[in-house]
Design a protein around this ligand. Structure first.
Ligand code: BGC
Length: 770
């Protein structure tokens, strides 16, 4: 795992720098002018610092270095004390821990001429020490409050270690599961993605960045990184501007509206313009339309990679392109440090442009309170007290359970009885307490993780004999364990077969051309199914997999993703019925790889697929539908939907229509249902998606209980970008769909009318986006 490797290097930081960490750090030595009361405004303070800086020091503020060396990525020169002393470094990534942070900060604030504190960043993606579900998994909870809580917990654990800045949330909409980074986002839907993006920003940042338990968030990767062609990481994104605005940008804008402190540019290009040189994206849209006043950071060597993109032939040119486009901070390339002073002196970059970028960096430091307390780091005792607390573990187990999706459950195979006499648990992943953490797991430790096997053993009755066999794993074709696994299955009353991916398979630079089961897992599954024992499949994976064979051959499938430290406990809770699963998919699952990209909010085409018409848009060897659709997820109980009621069948732009639907738990156990509302614009001036999510509510119902769920459809729910790229809602007929999955809904027609029969403008302001 790349992130792990980078951090491991970093922890050597202080010693390798030859720095003594035994000296207690003073917390009052910042010699920069310190604002002491609210009468000193941010702007005046920032300008006063800026006024005292040389061109070289300004460029230095925008220079971000990585801890020590770059274990895997290109670039990333080792930083030395000298560079900090000379004011050539504004921030570090992958420098963590009290001693190291204090040692480096001391140099910056005591020995550099400007005394400007450093800023320390880390990819805190889904937990710091208490690892929560990977973001894709967490989105399956459809619980933004849970996403906010997990980000809050992660921020507190990271902040005490001196981290003030995370490169999360990643909000890239992903429609192609071949792309390994689909694991880092919230799936394929912009509406849900926007709500989760805002929740995670609130979680990391709290209400005030000066609160020492908060960290600045970064919304990334701007933009359309998830649209990498063919699912190949870093590839071009061929996305027209309307799709960009309708599908890929909403979660970014939602994060900006939620006050996100920083934004990261994407590695990819869109329509011939690499994001790091895209002034329209980074300045016109981000600042002009959305009024973002935070800082834009490049991705790892993203500025230098403009050379490979072929939009500049030398470092000076690409540095100029990036700065003029609106990239404020250079992660690792060191092009800004080396080029900006001369670019400004020769007039190729305006002094004001540079100053504005530096202001943004200083403002971030100011807002974090670093000028007052550069040592934004807890004591060792504090660090210990906040890490992996019982409270955090409980929260992690709760959101882990909420994130599990029951994909299939024929004849109520699940839940299993805790009194089963002999249970075979099979699969290399089943006993892997490190895999449960998933990728980008910061300081999570395998020994803190609870494997599926351990979770099961803890929960079954003492009389149950649990037999474990490795069988096979996802990473190699070794079939030698299969025979023993088959024997264990034959002797058992039930089998839990754990298959899926290693966390290293769903990550950055981990695109897969084949998303069927990897390694020898398919052969293992076939051999186990052939025993004719009752088999329950537990999936651990970071992307949708193509599971047609499993679906056709096993009675029950539970999608558990990578759920973090409490993975095994949460999974066992669901397997044995202590928790009734209620998660729903936020990505469509294809039947076979060849179906991707496949996503629910597609457009209709002139020849929508029809069984009785060959000349329609489909394959002739695989059905056109996904195996499991967006929004799908079963429960141990059943929910009945009443006929939804609309408060009116016609609305005007200033009104809204209320949709009420009664949902009843018809079964014998309590359970959660995610009630979903979709809307279709039946006729538009440009083609419109067949369905778009416009509301959802997760609710818990006791047996026999009925609740009424209400949604409001307003004009913003009907808005889209038209042929002139104006955000409008057009009068006409619409269809609302209500149900427990995008493929299982009740439809209701309604109309929107405008005074003059023309479209109305619906500006994309924070009020009208979520
Ligand atoms: C990734 C970013 C990440 C950065 C710093 C890059 O390779 O694309 O998402 O924040 O590294 O680790």
């Amino acid at each position: 795992m790349r992130a792990h490797a980078r951090i491991a290097f970093t922890l050597l930081g202080a010693a390798a720098f030859g720095c003594s960490t035994s000296q207690p750090a003073s917390t009052t030595t910042a010699a920069a002018p310190v604002p002491t009361s609210g009468d000193v405004t941010e702007r005046r303070f920032v300008d006063s610092v800026l006024a005292g800086m040389t061109l070289e020091e300004k460029a230095g503020q925008l220079n971000q270095l990585t801890g020590l060396g770059a274990p895997t990525g290109p670039g990333g020169a080792p930083a030395g004390f000298q560079q900090i002393r000379r004011g050539e470094v504004g921030s570090f990534l992958n420098v963590v821990g009290r001693d190291t942070v204090i040692a480096l900060q001391k140099i910056a604030v005591e020995q550099s001429r400007t005394h400007i504190p450093l800023l320390f960043a880390l990819d805190v993606i889904h937990g710091f020490r208490t690892i929560f579900p990977v973001p894709l998994a967490e989105s399956n909870s459809w619980d933004p409050a849970a996403a906010e809580r997990s980000a809050r917990a992660a921020a507190a654990e990271a902040a005490v270690q001196g981290i003030s800045w995370t490169f999360a949330p990643m909000v890239d909409i992903a429609r192609d599961p071949r792309w390994g980074r689909i694991v880092e986002g919230a799936g394929e839907d912009p509406y849900l993605g926007a709500i989760i993006a805002a929740a995670r920003v609130r979680g990391f940042q709290g209400t005030n960045l000066r609160d020492p338990t908060t960290i600045a968030a970064t919304v990334k990767h701007f933009a359309a990184y998830g649209a990498a062609e063919g699912g190949r990481d870093y590839n071009i994104a061929d996305v027209p501007e309307r799709t960009l605005r309708d599908v890929y940008l909403p979660p970014f804008q939602a994060a900006v509206c939620a006050g996100v402190a920083t934004l990261m540019a994407a590695f990819n290009e869109v329509d011939g313009v690499p994001a790091h040189a895209d002034r329209k994206l980074l300045t016109d849209i981000l600042r002009g339309e959305w009024h973002f006043d935070g800082a834009v950071v490049s991705d790892w060597t993203g500025i230098g990679e403009l050379l490979n993109h072929g939009v500049g032939a030398d470092s000076g040119t690409v540095g100029r392109l990036a700065m003029n486009a609106g990239v404020d901070i250079d992660m690792v390339s060191e092009i800004y440090r080396k080029q900006l002073p001369s670019l400004v002196r020769t007039g190729r970059v305006d002094r004001q442009t540079l100053d504005e970028a530096v202001r943004r960096m200083l403002r971030l430091k100011y807002r974090l309170g670093l000028f007052q307390n550069p040592y934004r780091v807890g004591t060792t005792a504090q660090a210990r007290a906040v890490a992996l607390t019982t409270e955090n573990r409980t929260a992690a187990r709760e959101v882990a359970r909420e994130s599990i999706v029951l994909l299939k459950n024929d004849r109520n195979t699940l839940p299993l009885s805790k009194n089963v006499r002999r249970l075979a648990v099979i699969g290399a992943l089943a006993a892997d307490s490190g895999a449960v953490l998933g990728n980008w797991s910061a300081f999570g430790r395998a020994e803190d993780g609870v494997s599926v096997l351990t979770g099961i053993k803890r929960l079954v009755s003492p009389r149950t004999r649990v037999v474990y066999e490795r069988g096979a794993g996802p990473m190699n074709d070794d079939t030698t364990g299969i025979a023993k696994a088959v024997r264990a299955a034959r002797d058992a009353d039930a089998v839990v077969l754990v298959v899926g991916e290693s966390p290293t398979q769903s990550a950055e630079a981990e695109s897969r051309a084949i998303i069927e089961l990897s390694g020898a897992q398919q052969r293992l599954a076939q051999a186990i199914v052939a025993t004719r024992k009752p088999v329950v499949v537990v999936l651990m994976n970071g992307r949708p997999l193509a599971l047609q064979w499993l679906n056709d051959n096993v009675p029950a499938i539970l999608e558990t993703w990578f759920l973090g430290v409490e993975h095994g406990n949460a999974t066992a809770d669901v397997l044995f019925g202590d928790y009734n699963p209620g998660g729903k998919l936020t990505t469509s699952f294809p039947r076979v790889t060849g179906q991707v990209p496949i996503y629910y909010n597609h457009r209709n085409t002139g020849r929508p697929p029809a069984a009785d018409n060959k000349y329609t848009s489909k394959y002739n060897d695989v059905p056109w539908t996904p195996l499991y659709p967006f929004g799908h997820g079963l429960s141990y109980t059943t929910f009945r939907y009443g006929t939804p009621r609309l408060s009116a069948t016609t609305m005007r732009p200033g009104d809204s229509i209320r949709v009420d639907v009664n949902v009843t738990n018809e079964g014998k156990v309590a359970g959660d249902e995610v009630v979903q509302l979709y809307v279709r614009d039946d006729v538009g001036s440009v083609t419109r998606p067949v369905q778009e999510l416009r509301g959802f509510r997760r609710l818990r119902l006791t047996p026999g209980e009925t609740r009424t769920v209400s949604f409001a459809i307003g004009v913003q729910d009907l808005a889209f970008y038209n042929a002139d790229l104006a955000r409008v809602a057009e009068p006409g007929t619409f269809t609302a769909f209500v149900g427990g999955s995008s493929a299982n809904t009740i439809k209701l027609p309604f109309r929107m009318e405008t005074a003059n029969g023309q479209a109305v403008a619906v500006p994309g302001t924070c009020e009208s986006v979520r």
